[in-house]
Ligand binder design. Structure first.
Ligand code: 9D3
Length: 254
């Protein structure tokens, strides 16, 4: 899959895609990331990419022409592509959108800066995407999030260590707590059941922990879960236990 990224800050993309899994996927030719400087498509002598907002107001707005020129130039030089503007006004990015993008031959990601992008740019893209309700200084980090989430779903990118296919069928539940050696770290012991060798007891404990955490931390997910009779029993058993060890639970309960 090809990712074309349009940005005023191409240097921001130097290292994130060279490390670890994505770096290997690029080396193996499964993923291509090309970064394009929008400023190269600005017409005037000073290559201005921003200007003051009509109607007045704070800050600067990205001019439409350099962005649309860059988009048209990049579109013309490769296979069919979906063009996405990263924008705080976009639809919320999600795992299902990551799956959709991962099936494309090519995705063009446009990163805004300053106080925003001239609204007419929206007419030239296929969709607008936000990664969440918090304020970033530009679309670059959002574009990296989208590339990372979509690229790991491309067949072969993760290798044999994990199967992303399984993720699409997963129930909406948080994961159970995980531990590795040593058995005791700074006075904190690994739960005894995980050392017991009793696989059935381990399974029940993990299920109970996952259910309990989901109910406390993510009631939105918990309400969508279809609980089995065993799930109800596990939750009831967990209820009677002291849960003061759960730092996050303490925060939520207050
Ligand atoms: C505080 C500034 N805002 C009011 C004038 C407008 C604003 C403009 C530009 C807020 C953020 C940005 C830059 N953000 C993005 O381009 C962006 C973004 C984000 O901020 N949060 C989540 N997803 C995204 S995708 C692109």
């Amino acid at each position: 899959m090809i990712f074309d990224i349009l940005t005023l800050f191409p240097a921001m993309f130097a290292s994130p895609f060279e490390e670890s899994i994505l770096g290997k996927a690029r080396a193996r030719g499964l993923v291509t990331v090309r970064v394009h400087n929008i400023r190269d498509h600005a017409e005037d002598r000073h290559q201005m990419a921003d200007d003051r907002p009509f109607g007045g107001g704070e800050g600067m707005i990205m001019k439409p022409e350099p962005v649309v020129k860059a988009l048209e130039a990049v579109r013309a030089e490769g296979p069919p592509a979906v063009a996405v503007l990263l924008s705080p006004q976009g639809e919320l990015f999600s795992q299902s959108l990551a799956w959709e993008f991962s099936r494309l031959e090519r995705l063009i990601l446009i990163c805004g800066r300053y106080e925003g992008v001239d609204e007419r740019v929206v007419h030239f893209v296929d969709r607008e995407v936000s990664i969440g309700d918090y304020i970033l200084t530009g679309g670059e980090l959002a574009a990296m999030v989208v590339v990372d989430a979509a690229a790991r779903l491309i067949p072969g990118v993760l290798g044999n260590t994990a199967s992303p296919e399984a993720e699409s069928f997963r129930e909406p539940i948080l994961e159970y707590p995980q531990y590795t050696r040593p058995r005791e770290f700074r006075g904190l012991r690994v739960p005894e059941v995980l050392l017991s060798g009793d696989h059935e007891a381990v399974r029940r404990w993990r299920r109970a922990e996952a259910l309990r955490r989901t109910r406390i931390r993510r009631p939105d997910l918990f309400s969508r879960l279809k609980l089995s009779d065993e799930d109800r029993r596990l939750l009831q058993a967990a209820e009677s236990e002291d849960d003061s060890g759960d730092q996050h639970a303490r925060e939520v309960i207050g």
